[in-house]
Design a binder for this molecule. Structure first.
Ligand code: A2P
Length: 273
């Protein structure tokens, strides 16, 4: 499991990263689109010194911004991202969204970035079965990861099954349903029985299925809470009850992100880096 920083400002991201690493987190997930790569870079750099760690002790993920897609633009954008993150390589570079007509050539650029050792692994996000199949038909390198919206309300079973067959790790974004599942009664009851919080129970339901989770929090107590999920086990009946909450509905901003790269659906959106 790791730390997500979507919706965090540079300052918030830096604070979260420092608190997370201090408390044992080793995977940090950011994106150019979040506008906080510089905060993440500053947080990691300070944390390495403060905690006596080496660069290789921390796993850094960032993403290709949809506005940078295309072969040339993707290649041109990576150095700025590495500069902001204060590193000469990321551990994982993901394509943030499958921009139609461009994702295959974007992937070709990502393969080159991988061959240049600027990314030690490459993967995708938000690929459905149709587009993942198409990418696999064109790719030289199979994506290491598909990061998708996944939580008790949305399982994307068809995509997850395809990933399992292809040996692609599945990573969940919004693993807590962006905080909206935390009041759920069904999960609350199961949590009480295990003496755990609702957040811990949801994250446990995910990791017990082999899904990587990157919950976001800016609070130290929650960061510690979210990482403490290896000391209990949900029963098959618990798993089934939580799974029954599935509606397979994406969050309301999903389509806007897909097409415009921002939650408001503003086609003239310019990211403030
Ligand atoms: P905050 O950053 O103020 O702690 P997701 O990762 O699914 O997008 O969910 C993130 C949201 O859930 C954030 O609003 C975060 O708020 C909140 N959150 C994260 N961890 C917890 C927790 N353990 N308990 C309650 N809320 C949490």
């Amino acid at each position: 499991m790791g730390l997500g920083v979507w919706k965090s400002t540079n300052q918030e991201a830096q604070n979260s990263v420092e608190l997370a690493i201090k408390n044992g987190y080793r995977l940090i997930d950011t994106a150019k689109q979040y506008g906080n790569e510089a905060g993440v870079g500053a947080g990691i750099s300070k944390s390495l010194t403060d905690n006596g760690l080496k660069r290789d002790d921390v796993y850094i993920t960032t993403k290709v911004y949809s506005g940078d897609q295309g072969y040339k633009n993707t290649l041109a954008a990576i150095d700025g991202q590495l500069d902001r993150l204060q590193t000469d390589h990321v551990d994982l570079l993901l394509m943030h969204w499958p921009v139609n007509d461009l994702y295959n050539e974007t992937w070709r650029a990502m393969e080159e970035i991988y061959n240049q050792n600027k990314a030690l692994a490459i993967g995708v996000c938000n690929f459905d079965v149709e587009r993942l199949t198409d990418l696999l038909n064109h790719a030289s390198i199979v994506p290491a990861v598909n990061q998708i919206e996944f939580n008790p309300r949305i399982h994307q079973t068809d995509v997850v099954n395809l990933c399992r067959v292809q040996g692609i790790a599945v990573e969940a974004w919004s693993p807590l349903g962006n905080g909206k599942l935390l009041q759920n009664e069904t999960i609350g009851k199961i949590a009480d029985r295990h003496g755990k919080s609702t957040a811990q129970t949801i994250l446990r339901w995910e990791i017990q299925q082999g899904i990587i989770v990157i919950p976001k929090s800016t609070h130290e107590t929650r960061l510690i809470e979210n990482a403490s999920i290896n000391d209990f086990e949900l029963t098959p009946e618990d798993m089934k009850q939580i799974s029954s909450l599935n509606t397979e509905e994406h969050s309301r901003w999903y389509d806007n992100y897909q097409w415009y790269g921002n939650p408001d659906g503003d086609p003239n959106f310019i990211m403030k880096a």
